[in-house]
Design a protein around this ligand. Structure first.
Ligand code: CA
Ligand code: CA
Ligand code: CA
Length: 139
């Protein structure tokens, strides 16, 4: 698995339940032209929308504001943010356009420059598992 190799971490999530319907629900607003695939442009559009103060960086608060309210716990949101922040190997304390490039590569499992619903679901499940593990969520 790409993410595991990338981070060199072993996930041991004990019975943490995530909700596929929620993850799929997150995909739909990202797919702005409704063709069932996310392109880099579409993911980048989300980044620009999240960047409320327009400084080309997405802070933890901006990131949290961009998620649908009540979808994920604060701990998971923070852990996911830190996970994204470290995708290029360094924690900067913010997400920038390079983060989006790394994230897109991570999501696009078969490397065809499009992220399908299945690829998104698989990758986000893994990210949530890793984030839940990092946040110490064990329920
Ligand atoms: Ca699309
Ligand atoms: Ca910002
Ligand atoms: Ca793909």
């Amino acid at each position: 698995m790409k993410i595991i190799i990338l981070l060199g971490v072993v996930t041991a999530v004990v019975g943490y339940s995530y909700d596929d319907a929620r993850i799929n629900g997150d995909f739909v607003p990202l797919d702005t032209n409704n063709d069932g695939y996310l392109t880099l442009d579409e993911v980048f559009t989300k980044f620009l929308a999240d960047d409320e103060n327009g400084n080309c960086k997405v802070s933890l608060r901006e990131f949290a504001d961009g998620l649908r309210p009540g979808n994920y716990s604060q701990d998971i949101i923070r852990a996911a943010y830190e996970f994204y922040d470290k995708l290029d190997g360094t924690a900067h304390g913010f997400l920038d356009p390079f983060t989006i490039l790394h994230l897109f590569k991570l999501l696009d499992d078969d490397n065809n420059q499009k992220v399908s619903l299945g690829e998104h679901l698989k990758a986000v499940r893994e990210i949530i598992q890793i984030s839940a593990h990092d946040a110490g969520v064990t329920r």
